[in-house]
Ligand binder design. Structure first.
Ligand SMILES: C[S@@+](CC[C@H](N)C(=O)[O-])C[C@H]1O[C@@H](n2cnc3c(N)ncnc32)[C@H](O)[C@@H]1O
Length: 431
């Protein structure tokens, strides 16, 4: 899309979001007021961000720093202090899931285990623990330590089993190493092993993508998450390409490959669980972003609270200093107005590709009739169909609705993260 197309599309989404959520919602992240504290919580999830990577991948948009062993202890102390900060503020809530992302969290497994112990001491942990890892970082010892930390679900960032694609992405392992890592995890006794595979890479064909899925399934993956390659302006490739907007993958390649992935998964016993994810029956679902609420620990970690979103400072040193002095690390906050929390819930049900219609009233209150009208239009357009009280996106629906949603979500993320990376305590950021 050219600049004018982007401008037009942005105006259109702004009109839609204003119509749906209402004029009271301000789409601005601001520094929280002095002395701000989150509300008390009965139940939530927890996200731990471990920002270390041995090598930065040129396309990766997440907050990370090169791994240096001497950074791990200050990181751990700050993470322990932040768990305490949240527990003091929100109370001894039930934690229904823990997601540990990065970076490469398995580079600091002792640290992760200590933070998890503190989470168990300060909260009531009832849910599963999920962690991300990298093929270059998995061996027998990793598997043993993951179990002893109580981790049940693991996600391996394979991206591709083809040397050409790994080289293109700057991944520093070869296909046999990725295969060994996956086999170790698959035979390692976890409740579920997810594999991330990328598609719509330059020069990649639909057959290459389905061959990657087949290899992952053959080696024992329980879940397959497929991401098209997005290029963020502030990543190394984005800067090289002088981008100002998130570059979406080529539409035609993306459409053909999306269809091939959907068909391959349906044929091989993997059911769709989100716009990008497919899992085998009877294994628990691995997911990072669809939780109803979570508190975030770590530099750049976000929290989804009942009354708004908050985002920690992205800068590792600033975050460590804030936690060391007992202050909050929250740099930006967007409070919810009206039924914003309910619309956000509905956004993620679209991501799940499945909406239980009976839940609409509880989630959206007075806005439920408006949501029902809107969902009816989606259904009439053939983008969704009813099954047992659920509204399920059809294959074209999953593709097209997500394409639009994705485009704007990524541009919001880009606006917010660009500013949050530029300075540790940013001023207001309008999204
Ligand atoms: C935080 S990353 C996992 C990092 C893990 N340390 C690794 O190296 O595999 C989670 C997943 O996001 C996906 N991802 C990261 N950057 C992406 C981008 N620019 N476009 C599409 N997917 C991306 C990758 O599939 C990656 O496995």
């Amino acid at each position: 899309m050219n600049q004018a197309g982007h401008g037009l599309a942005r105006l259109l989404t702004r009109a839609v979001r204003r119509y749906l959520v209402g004029p009271d919602q301000r789409w601005v992240f601001e520094p929280p007021p002095p002395g701000w504290r989150p509300p008390r919580l009965e139940r939530t999830s927890l996200y731990l961000h471990v920002p270390f990577c041995r090598h930065g991948c040129p396309y990766c948009p997440y907050t990370k720093v090169p791994y240096r062993p001497e950074l791990v202890e200050p990181f751990t102390r700050a993470a322990l202090a932040e768990v305490d900060w949240w527990a003091d503020a929100v109370g001894p809530a039930e934690i229904t899931s823990v997601y540990i992302g990065g970076g490469t969290p398995t580079l600091a497994l002792d640290s992760v285990a200590r933070v998890l112990r503190r989470v168990r001491q300060r909260f009531r942990l009832t849910g599963d623990i999920c962690i991300e890892t990298n093929p270059a970082d998995v061996n027998e010892e990793t598997v043993r330590r993951l179990h002893s930390a109580g981790v049940a679900l693991v996600s391996l960032g394979v991206q591709s089993f083809l040397p050409r694609n790994l080289a293109l992405l700057g991944r520093r392992y070869d296909p046999p190493a990725a295969e060994r890592a996956l086999a170790l995890l698959a035979q390692g006794g976890f409740a579920s092993v997810n594999v991330d595979i990328m598609f719509a890479l330059p020069g990649q064909t639909a057959d290459e993508v389905t061959a990657d899925l087949a290899r992952a399934a053959q080696l024992g993956a329980d879940q397959l998450t497929t991401y098209p390659l997005f290029t963020f302006p502030y990543t190394s490739v984005g800067q090289y390409l002088r981008l100002t907007e998130v570059r979406m993958p080529d539409l035609r390649a993306r459409r053909a490959q999306y269809r091939a992935i959907d068909g391959w998964c349906a044929e091989h016993g993997f059911q769709r669980v989100s716009v990008w994810g497919f899992k085998r029956d009877a294994v628990p679902r691995y997911s990072s972003v669809t939780r109803d609420g979570y508190i975030g620990v770590g530099p750049g970690a976000g929290s989804h609270l009942p009354d708004g979103f908050v985002l920690n400072t992205f800068d590792l040193d600033t975050w460590i200093r804030a936690m060391g002095s007992g202050h909050s690390a929250v740099a930006l906050r967007m409070p919810f107005a009206g039924e914003m929390a309910g619309w956000w819930w509905l956004y993620w049900r679209f991501y799940d590709t499945r909406i239980l219609l009976d839940d609409l009233e509880a989630a959206l209150g007075g806005d439920a009739p408006k949501a029902r009208r809107w969902l009816r239009a989606v259904e009439q357009a053939g983008l969704a169909a009813r099954h047992d009280g659920n509204l399920e996106l059809t294959e074209p629906g999953a593709f097209w609705l997500h394409l639009a949603q994705n485009h704007f979500a990524l541009n919001y993320v880009n606006t917010l993260w660009t500013e949050a990376r530029r300075q540790p305590w940013p001023q207001a950021v309008a999204i």
